[in-house]
Design a protein around this ligand. Structure first.
Ligand SMILES: *Cc1c(COP(=O)(O)O)cnc(C)c1O
Length: 369
Protein backbone atom coordinates (compact mmCIF):
# COMPACT_ATOMS: atom_id res chain seq x y z
CA UNK A 1 0.00 0.00 0.00
CA UNK A 2 1.30 3.46 -0.82
CA UNK A 3 1.74 6.20 1.76
CA UNK A 4 -0.96 8.82 2.34
CA UNK A 5 1.00 11.94 1.52
CA UNK A 6 -1.96 14.16 2.37
CA UNK A 7 -1.91 12.80 5.93
CA UNK A 8 1.85 13.44 6.00
CA UNK A 9 1.48 17.11 5.10
CA UNK A 10 1.70 19.45 8.08
CA UNK A 11 -1.73 19.87 9.71
CA UNK A 12 -2.21 23.49 8.61
CA UNK A 13 -1.64 22.51 4.98
CA UNK A 14 -4.04 19.55 5.22
CA UNK A 15 -6.81 21.97 6.17
CA UNK A 16 -6.15 24.36 3.27
CA UNK A 17 -8.05 24.53 0.00
CA UNK A 18 -6.08 25.69 -3.03
CA UNK A 19 -6.60 29.30 -4.16
CA UNK A 20 -9.31 29.46 -6.82
CA UNK A 21 -8.40 32.01 -9.49
CA UNK A 22 -10.77 33.59 -12.00
CA UNK A 23 -11.62 31.22 -14.84
CA UNK A 24 -9.20 31.78 -17.75
CA UNK A 25 -10.72 32.96 -21.04
CA UNK A 26 -9.09 30.08 -22.97
CA UNK A 27 -10.59 27.51 -20.60
CA UNK A 28 -14.15 28.78 -21.08
CA UNK A 29 -13.57 29.07 -24.83
CA UNK A 30 -12.52 25.38 -24.92
CA UNK A 31 -15.41 24.22 -22.72
CA UNK A 32 -18.14 26.00 -24.67
CA UNK A 33 -16.45 26.11 -28.06
CA UNK A 34 -16.63 29.91 -28.04
CA UNK A 35 -14.41 32.41 -29.82
CA UNK A 36 -12.01 33.68 -27.11
CA UNK A 37 -12.41 37.17 -28.60
CA UNK A 38 -16.11 37.09 -27.76
CA UNK A 39 -15.53 36.32 -24.08
CA UNK A 40 -15.49 39.06 -21.46
CA UNK A 41 -13.49 38.36 -18.30
CA UNK A 42 -14.31 40.52 -15.30
CA UNK A 43 -13.12 38.03 -12.72
CA UNK A 44 -9.62 38.88 -11.50
CA UNK A 45 -9.57 42.64 -10.92
CA UNK A 46 -7.29 43.07 -13.90
CA UNK A 47 -6.84 46.45 -15.54
CA UNK A 48 -9.11 46.54 -18.61
CA UNK A 49 -6.97 49.17 -20.37
CA UNK A 50 -4.22 46.71 -21.23
CA UNK A 51 -0.60 47.54 -20.49
CA UNK A 52 0.85 50.99 -21.07
CA UNK A 53 2.72 51.25 -24.42
CA UNK A 54 5.67 52.66 -22.48
CA UNK A 55 5.77 49.49 -20.40
CA UNK A 56 5.73 47.35 -23.53
CA UNK A 57 8.70 49.29 -24.93
CA UNK A 58 10.62 48.78 -21.68
CA UNK A 59 9.89 45.05 -21.71
CA UNK A 60 10.97 44.70 -25.35
CA UNK A 61 14.21 46.52 -24.62
CA UNK A 62 14.92 43.97 -21.89
CA UNK A 63 14.36 40.85 -24.02
CA UNK A 64 17.96 40.59 -25.23
CA UNK A 65 19.12 40.08 -21.65
CA UNK A 66 17.05 36.99 -20.90
CA UNK A 67 20.12 34.80 -20.39
CA UNK A 68 21.17 36.91 -17.41
CA UNK A 69 19.86 36.72 -13.89
CA UNK A 70 17.87 39.79 -12.92
CA UNK A 71 19.28 42.30 -10.44
CA UNK A 72 18.53 40.35 -7.26
CA UNK A 73 18.38 43.59 -5.32
CA UNK A 74 16.13 45.35 -7.82
CA UNK A 75 18.13 48.49 -7.21
CA UNK A 76 16.65 50.77 -9.86
CA UNK A 77 13.05 49.96 -9.04
CA UNK A 78 13.66 50.14 -5.29
CA UNK A 79 15.31 53.53 -5.70
CA UNK A 80 12.34 54.84 -7.68
CA UNK A 81 9.86 53.46 -5.16
CA UNK A 82 11.80 54.87 -2.21
CA UNK A 83 11.77 58.28 -3.81
CA UNK A 84 8.09 58.06 -4.69
CA UNK A 85 7.14 56.87 -1.19
CA UNK A 86 9.45 59.24 0.67
CA UNK A 87 11.35 56.47 2.48
CA UNK A 88 14.88 55.10 2.44
CA UNK A 89 15.79 52.44 -0.11
CA UNK A 90 16.53 50.09 2.82
CA UNK A 91 12.81 50.24 3.68
CA UNK A 92 11.70 48.79 0.33
CA UNK A 93 11.23 45.05 -0.30
CA UNK A 94 10.22 43.77 -3.72
CA UNK A 95 7.97 40.75 -4.17
CA UNK A 96 6.90 38.42 -6.95
CA UNK A 97 3.50 40.05 -6.73
CA UNK A 98 2.47 41.43 -3.35
CA UNK A 99 1.39 37.87 -2.68
CA UNK A 100 5.07 37.09 -2.27
CA UNK A 101 5.35 39.87 0.34
CA UNK A 102 2.54 38.29 2.38
CA UNK A 103 4.37 34.95 2.26
CA UNK A 104 7.69 36.50 3.24
CA UNK A 105 6.00 37.99 6.31
CA UNK A 106 4.46 34.65 7.21
CA UNK A 107 7.73 32.74 6.76
CA UNK A 108 9.71 35.25 8.79
CA UNK A 109 7.27 35.88 11.64
CA UNK A 110 4.83 32.96 11.94
CA UNK A 111 5.33 29.39 13.08
CA UNK A 112 3.40 26.62 14.87
CA UNK A 113 2.08 27.97 18.18
CA UNK A 114 1.81 31.51 16.78
CA UNK A 115 -1.13 33.08 14.97
CA UNK A 116 -2.19 35.73 12.48
CA UNK A 117 -5.42 37.74 12.77
CA UNK A 118 -7.46 38.86 9.77
CA UNK A 119 -11.09 39.50 8.85
CA UNK A 120 -13.83 37.24 7.64
CA UNK A 121 -14.45 37.83 3.87
CA UNK A 122 -10.82 38.95 3.48
CA UNK A 123 -8.24 38.05 0.83
CA UNK A 124 -7.81 34.26 0.50
CA UNK A 125 -4.03 34.47 0.63
CA UNK A 126 -3.96 35.46 4.33
CA UNK A 127 -5.04 32.01 5.61
CA UNK A 128 -2.96 30.26 2.93
CA UNK A 129 0.26 32.09 3.89
CA UNK A 130 -0.47 31.60 7.59
CA UNK A 131 -1.35 27.91 7.58
CA UNK A 132 1.42 27.08 5.10
CA UNK A 133 3.93 27.78 7.87
CA UNK A 134 1.95 25.89 10.50
CA UNK A 135 0.59 28.95 12.28
CA UNK A 136 -3.02 29.44 13.34
CA UNK A 137 -5.28 31.60 11.17
CA UNK A 138 -7.70 33.63 13.30
CA UNK A 139 -10.53 34.97 11.14
CA UNK A 140 -12.57 37.61 12.94
CA UNK A 141 -16.27 38.12 12.12
CA UNK A 142 -16.82 41.07 9.79
CA UNK A 143 -19.10 44.03 10.48
CA UNK A 144 -21.38 44.99 7.58
CA UNK A 145 -19.02 43.10 5.26
CA UNK A 146 -16.06 45.25 6.36
CA UNK A 147 -13.26 44.81 8.88
CA UNK A 148 -14.39 45.04 12.51
CA UNK A 149 -11.17 46.60 13.73
CA UNK A 150 -12.24 46.56 17.40
CA UNK A 151 -13.04 42.86 17.24
CA UNK A 152 -9.72 42.27 15.49
CA UNK A 153 -7.91 44.09 18.31
CA UNK A 154 -9.76 41.92 20.82
CA UNK A 155 -8.67 38.78 18.93
CA UNK A 156 -4.98 39.60 19.33
CA UNK A 157 -3.40 37.42 22.02
CA UNK A 158 0.08 36.72 23.35
CA UNK A 159 0.79 34.41 20.39
CA UNK A 160 -0.30 36.85 17.69
CA UNK A 161 2.59 38.07 15.57
CA UNK A 162 0.83 39.40 12.47
CA UNK A 163 -2.44 41.18 11.65
CA UNK A 164 -3.45 41.37 7.99
CA UNK A 165 -5.77 44.26 7.09
CA UNK A 166 -6.79 45.18 3.56
CA UNK A 167 -7.92 48.70 2.70
CA UNK A 168 -9.99 48.51 0.60
CA UNK A 169 -10.72 44.84 1.18
CA UNK A 170 -11.08 42.27 -1.59
CA UNK A 171 -13.67 40.82 -2.40
CA UNK A 172 -16.00 43.16 -0.48
CA UNK A 173 -14.53 46.54 -1.56
CA UNK A 174 -15.15 47.87 1.97
CA UNK A 175 -12.76 50.39 3.50
CA UNK A 176 -11.94 52.24 6.70
CA UNK A 177 -10.84 55.85 7.19
CA UNK A 178 -7.76 57.49 8.62
CA UNK A 179 -9.08 57.91 12.15
CA UNK A 180 -10.10 54.23 12.37
CA UNK A 181 -6.64 53.22 11.14
CA UNK A 182 -4.97 55.60 13.55
CA UNK A 183 -6.93 54.26 16.52
CA UNK A 184 -6.22 50.70 15.47
CA UNK A 185 -2.49 51.27 15.12
CA UNK A 186 -2.37 53.07 18.47
CA UNK A 187 -4.00 50.09 20.19
CA UNK A 188 -2.13 47.20 18.54
CA UNK A 189 0.64 45.85 20.79
CA UNK A 190 3.95 47.07 19.42
CA UNK A 191 5.35 43.57 18.87
CA UNK A 192 2.51 42.67 16.48
CA UNK A 193 3.33 43.35 12.82
CA UNK A 194 0.44 45.09 11.06
CA UNK A 195 0.38 44.27 7.35
CA UNK A 196 -1.71 46.94 5.65
CA UNK A 197 -2.55 45.56 2.21
CA UNK A 198 -3.13 48.50 -0.13
CA UNK A 199 -3.45 46.59 -3.41
CA UNK A 200 -6.06 49.05 -4.73
CA UNK A 201 -4.86 52.31 -3.16
CA UNK A 202 -4.00 53.90 -6.52
CA UNK A 203 -7.69 53.85 -7.50
CA UNK A 204 -8.70 56.12 -4.63
CA UNK A 205 -8.86 59.86 -5.13
CA UNK A 206 -6.66 61.96 -2.85
CA UNK A 207 -7.92 61.81 0.70
CA UNK A 208 -10.55 59.12 0.04
CA UNK A 209 -8.50 56.44 1.77
CA UNK A 210 -5.79 56.81 4.39
CA UNK A 211 -2.27 56.56 2.99
CA UNK A 212 -0.59 53.89 5.09
CA UNK A 213 2.81 55.44 4.45
CA UNK A 214 1.80 58.49 6.50
CA UNK A 215 1.69 56.24 9.60
CA UNK A 216 5.04 54.59 9.00
CA UNK A 217 7.10 57.04 11.05
CA UNK A 218 4.96 56.74 14.17
CA UNK A 219 4.42 52.96 13.92
CA UNK A 220 7.55 50.85 13.35
CA UNK A 221 5.37 47.70 13.44
CA UNK A 222 3.53 48.77 10.26
CA UNK A 223 4.20 47.24 6.85
CA UNK A 224 2.40 48.61 3.79
CA UNK A 225 2.14 46.27 0.82
CA UNK A 226 1.26 47.44 -2.69
CA UNK A 227 1.21 45.95 -6.15
CA UNK A 228 1.70 46.66 -9.84
CA UNK A 229 -0.99 44.08 -10.70
CA UNK A 230 -4.05 46.29 -10.49
CA UNK A 231 -4.01 50.02 -11.31
CA UNK A 232 -0.62 49.72 -13.08
CA UNK A 233 -1.96 46.87 -15.20
CA UNK A 234 0.93 44.39 -14.81
CA UNK A 235 -0.78 41.34 -13.26
CA UNK A 236 0.99 38.86 -15.55
CA UNK A 237 4.47 40.03 -14.58
CA UNK A 238 4.05 39.55 -10.82
CA UNK A 239 5.56 42.50 -9.03
CA UNK A 240 4.63 44.07 -5.73
CA UNK A 241 6.44 45.73 -2.86
CA UNK A 242 6.47 46.37 0.85
CA UNK A 243 7.40 49.56 2.66
CA UNK A 244 8.37 48.97 6.29
CA UNK A 245 11.12 49.66 8.81
CA UNK A 246 14.67 48.91 7.68
CA UNK A 247 14.87 46.20 10.34
CA UNK A 248 11.77 44.34 9.17
CA UNK A 249 12.93 44.72 5.55
CA UNK A 250 16.26 43.14 6.54
CA UNK A 251 14.41 40.20 8.10
CA UNK A 252 12.21 39.71 5.02
CA UNK A 253 15.29 39.87 2.82
CA UNK A 254 16.74 36.87 4.70
CA UNK A 255 13.91 34.58 3.60
CA UNK A 256 13.42 36.09 0.16
CA UNK A 257 14.13 33.93 -2.87
CA UNK A 258 17.32 35.47 -4.36
CA UNK A 259 15.83 36.51 -7.72
CA UNK A 260 12.16 36.76 -6.79
CA UNK A 261 11.36 39.54 -9.28
CA UNK A 262 12.33 38.86 -12.88
CA UNK A 263 14.05 41.36 -15.16
CA UNK A 264 11.04 41.98 -17.42
CA UNK A 265 8.93 42.76 -14.37
CA UNK A 266 11.60 45.10 -12.96
CA UNK A 267 11.85 47.03 -16.24
CA UNK A 268 8.07 47.13 -16.64
CA UNK A 269 7.45 48.38 -13.11
CA UNK A 270 9.99 51.19 -13.53
CA UNK A 271 8.34 52.29 -16.77
CA UNK A 272 4.88 52.01 -15.19
CA UNK A 273 5.89 54.33 -12.35
CA UNK A 274 7.02 56.89 -14.89
CA UNK A 275 3.77 56.74 -16.89
CA UNK A 276 1.57 58.88 -14.68
CA UNK A 277 -0.90 59.47 -17.51
CA UNK A 278 -1.69 55.74 -17.65
CA UNK A 279 -2.45 55.70 -13.94
CA UNK A 280 -4.74 58.71 -14.32
CA UNK A 281 -6.55 56.95 -17.19
CA UNK A 282 -6.92 53.80 -15.08
CA UNK A 283 -8.46 55.77 -12.26
CA UNK A 284 -10.86 57.70 -14.52
CA UNK A 285 -11.90 54.59 -16.44
CA UNK A 286 -12.52 52.75 -13.16
CA UNK A 287 -14.61 55.56 -11.68
CA UNK A 288 -16.77 55.74 -14.82
CA UNK A 289 -17.15 51.95 -14.96
CA UNK A 290 -18.11 51.78 -11.29
CA UNK A 291 -20.89 54.29 -11.90
CA UNK A 292 -22.03 52.37 -14.95
CA UNK A 293 -22.32 49.11 -13.01
CA UNK A 294 -24.01 50.75 -10.02
CA UNK A 295 -26.56 52.37 -12.33
CA UNK A 296 -27.16 48.98 -14.01
CA UNK A 297 -27.62 47.21 -10.65
CA UNK A 298 -30.01 49.91 -9.50
CA UNK A 299 -32.10 49.48 -12.62
CA UNK A 300 -32.22 45.73 -11.99
CA UNK A 301 -33.21 46.29 -8.37
CA UNK A 302 -30.04 44.64 -7.07
CA UNK A 303 -28.12 45.50 -3.91
CA UNK A 304 -24.36 45.88 -3.88
CA UNK A 305 -21.59 46.71 -1.43
CA UNK A 306 -20.12 50.16 -2.13
CA UNK A 307 -16.51 49.64 -3.20
CA UNK A 308 -13.29 51.65 -3.37
CA UNK A 309 -11.54 49.01 -5.48
CA UNK A 310 -11.70 48.15 -9.19
CA UNK A 311 -14.45 45.60 -8.52
CA UNK A 312 -17.86 45.43 -6.91
CA UNK A 313 -19.72 42.69 -5.05
CA UNK A 314 -23.36 42.46 -6.12
CA UNK A 315 -25.97 40.64 -4.02
CA UNK A 316 -28.73 38.53 -5.55
CA UNK A 317 -30.32 37.61 -2.23
CA UNK A 318 -30.23 33.94 -3.25
CA UNK A 319 -27.64 31.40 -4.35
CA UNK A 320 -25.61 33.19 -7.03
CA UNK A 321 -24.18 29.99 -8.58
CA UNK A 322 -26.96 29.53 -11.19
CA UNK A 323 -26.62 33.18 -12.23
CA UNK A 324 -22.86 32.68 -12.57
CA UNK A 325 -23.51 29.62 -14.74
CA UNK A 326 -25.88 31.57 -16.99
CA UNK A 327 -23.29 34.33 -17.37
CA UNK A 328 -20.62 31.78 -18.29
CA UNK A 329 -22.86 30.25 -20.95
CA UNK A 330 -23.15 33.76 -22.36
CA UNK A 331 -19.35 34.14 -22.42
CA UNK A 332 -19.08 36.42 -19.39
CA UNK A 333 -16.69 35.44 -16.60
CA UNK A 334 -17.13 37.01 -13.17
CA UNK A 335 -16.06 35.72 -9.78
CA UNK A 336 -18.20 33.56 -7.48
CA UNK A 337 -17.34 34.33 -3.86
CA UNK A 338 -19.09 31.51 -2.00
CA UNK A 339 -15.61 30.45 -0.86
CA UNK A 340 -15.36 33.83 0.90
CA UNK A 341 -18.59 33.19 2.80
CA UNK A 342 -20.65 35.23 0.32
CA UNK A 343 -22.76 32.64 -1.56
CA UNK A 344 -25.43 35.13 -2.67
CA UNK A 345 -22.89 37.51 -4.22
CA UNK A 346 -20.82 37.69 -7.39
CA UNK A 347 -17.75 39.90 -7.57
CA UNK A 348 -17.44 41.81 -10.83
CA UNK A 349 -14.24 43.56 -11.87
CA UNK A 350 -14.75 46.93 -13.52
CA UNK A 351 -14.15 46.57 -17.26
CA UNK A 352 -14.17 48.96 -20.20
CA UNK A 353 -17.48 50.63 -21.00
CA UNK A 354 -18.18 48.01 -23.67
CA UNK A 355 -17.29 45.11 -21.36
CA UNK A 356 -19.47 46.49 -18.56
CA UNK A 357 -22.32 46.87 -21.01
CA UNK A 358 -21.89 43.31 -22.22
CA UNK A 359 -21.91 42.06 -18.62
CA UNK A 360 -25.06 44.02 -17.71
CA UNK A 361 -26.76 42.76 -20.84
CA UNK A 362 -25.87 39.15 -19.98
CA UNK A 363 -26.99 39.75 -16.40
CA UNK A 364 -30.40 40.98 -17.59
CA UNK A 365 -30.82 37.78 -19.58
CA UNK A 366 -29.52 35.60 -16.73
CA UNK A 367 -32.15 37.15 -14.44
CA UNK A 368 -34.86 36.60 -17.04
CA UNK A 369 -35.52 40.33 -17.52
C1 LIG B 1 -4.94 41.43 -6.04
C2 LIG B 1 -4.60 41.54 -4.58
C3 LIG B 1 -3.28 41.47 -4.14
C4 LIG B 1 -2.13 41.45 -5.06
O1 LIG B 1 -1.84 40.43 -5.77
P1 LIG B 1 -0.46 40.36 -6.55
O2 LIG B 1 -0.85 40.22 -7.96
O3 LIG B 1 0.22 39.19 -5.96
O4 LIG B 1 0.31 41.62 -6.28
C5 LIG B 1 -2.99 41.62 -2.81
N1 LIG B 1 -3.98 41.82 -1.92
C6 LIG B 1 -5.24 41.92 -2.30
C7 LIG B 1 -6.28 42.19 -1.28
C8 LIG B 1 -5.60 41.76 -3.63
O5 LIG B 1 -6.87 41.82 -3.99
Amino acid sequence: MSCDFLALAQPGVQKLSPYVPGKPVEELARELDLDPQSIVKLASNENPLGPSPKVLDAVRAQLDELTRYPDGNGFVLKQKLAQRCGVGIEQVTLGNGSNDILELVARAYLAPGLNAVFSEHAFAVYPIATQAVGAQAKAVAAKQWGHDLDAMLAAIDANTRVVFIANPNNPTGTWFGASALEQFLAAVPEHVLVVLDEAYIEYADDGELPDGLAFMGSHPNLLVSRTFSKAYGLAALRVGYAICSAQIADVLNRVRQPFNVNSLALAAACAALDDRAYLARSRASNAAGMQQLEAGFKELGLEWIPSKGNFIAVDFGRDAAPINQALLRDGVIVRPVAGYGMPTFLRVSIGTEAENFRFLDALCKALGR
